[in-house]
Design a protein around this ligand. Structure first.
Ligand code: NAP
Length: 305
């Protein structure tokens, strides 16, 4: 498994991360196998949020890690905060209390990375700055980032926050390519040219912010998996042909497509199936050509001007 430097911060992590949003659906022995398999294939970066499973995901993960006797320093733990029932909350008090909650549930003294989960329009950036500084100085959080934010929102934070923003977690998959489409179709009178994110892809590259694509196998907003779906016949034909040629599975090709982008992204995969974890890890050694990348992009139903 290749490694990347998250946000050029010196935090070196596996280029594929395991997202832990769905582990509440598993029994304890299955969680053990999932995490041990991830570690075996070289995945050392685990993505959490205080809200996953209402906090249960972090607890289950910590218990499994304890049973695996993996040293805390061997893995990288990221969690997120800011989502409350029917509200977003980036107030100083809420960020601080959410981190305490995550640290307790994860049974750890520090988070490697804390992300602000979804933009809170009532955000006071000075309060975020205060909370980040307190968390950093106390050693409770080592690095900071955001999720689902556009360039303006990140700029606003950067004006006040002392710490570097190292990551931005965004929805991106072969079937969710808005941030790529608008850049390919600049100034055209078509829907694909509409810039819905303020050129977040280019912004993150300019500022060395690692994009972490979430739901890399889903189409729509958690509508389902595009792999082997009748809804995407051409895409699946193309994925399968490339997979066969490279002797990997279709899951590996879907992730290799994201890894091929020079923005050096870190996909967050959410499978709970250890066999799929092994398959997906092979994406790290796939060499995808420029023409293969574009063939997949077109097969997903896109067009080039
Ligand atoms: N920042 C945010 O706002 C945000 C939002 C959503 C998610 N996330 C993060 O992103 C992570 C991934 O999200 P996700 O779970 O929705 O993404 P995903 O990896 O696209 O989807 C995983 C789901 O797809 C299923 N699946 C079916 N066939 C598959 C195949 N061939 N290959 C891979 N998966 C297949 C998996 O089932 P099996 O388990 O049976 O394999 C699992 O239920 C989450 O765990 C979370 O950490 C962040």
């Amino acid at each position: 498994m290749k490694a990347i430097d998250i946000g050029k911060s010196g935090l070196i992590a596996s280029e594929i991360s395991l997202g832990c949003m769905r582990i509440v659906e598993l029994e304890q022995p299955e969680i053990d196998t999932l995490i041990n398999t991830a570690l075996e294939v070289g995945i050392d970066f685990f993505d959490h949020a205080d809200v996953y499973g209402g906090g249960k995901s972090e607890e289950l993960f910590a218990a499994a890690l304890k049973r695996s006797s993996t040293a805390r320093e061997k893995i990288i733990l990221q969690s997120k905060c800011g989502i409350r029932p029917r509200a977003f909350d980036f107030s100083r008090e809420y960020i601080l209390s959410a981190v305490e909650g995550s640290l307790n549930r994860l049974q750890t003294e520090y988070l490697d990375v804390l992300l602000l989960h979804r933009p809170d329009t009532l955000m006071e950036p000075e309060e975020v700055a205060d909370a980040f500084s307190q968390l950093h100085q106390s050693g409770k959080v080592r690095h900071f980032g955001v999720s689902n934010m556009n360039p303006g929102q990140i700029e606003l934070l950067r004006k006040f926050v002392d710490q570097k923003i190292v990551a931005n977690q965004l929805q991106l998959s072969l079937t969710n390519t808005g941030m790529i489409d608008s850049g390919i179709n600049v100034n055209m009178q078509i829907d694909r040219a509409i810039d819905r994110d303020g050129s977040i892809l280019e912004y993150c590259r300019l500022h060395d912010i690692t994009i972490q694509p979430w739901s890399p196998f889903q189409y729509g907003f958690f509508e389902g998996v595009f792999l082997d779906s009748d809804k995407f016949p051409e895409l699946n034909r193309t994925i399968n042909a490339i997979a066969e040629e490279k002797r990997v599975t279709n899951s590996a090709i879907a992730i290799a497509w994201l890894l091929r982008h020079p923005a050096k992204m870190q996909p967050i995969v959410g499978t709970t199936n250890p066999t799929r974890v092994r398959d997906i890890a092979q994406a790290s050694s796939v060499e995808m050509t420029r023409l293969e990348w574009y063939a997949l992009y077109l097969a997903a139903g896109n067009a080039l001007p």
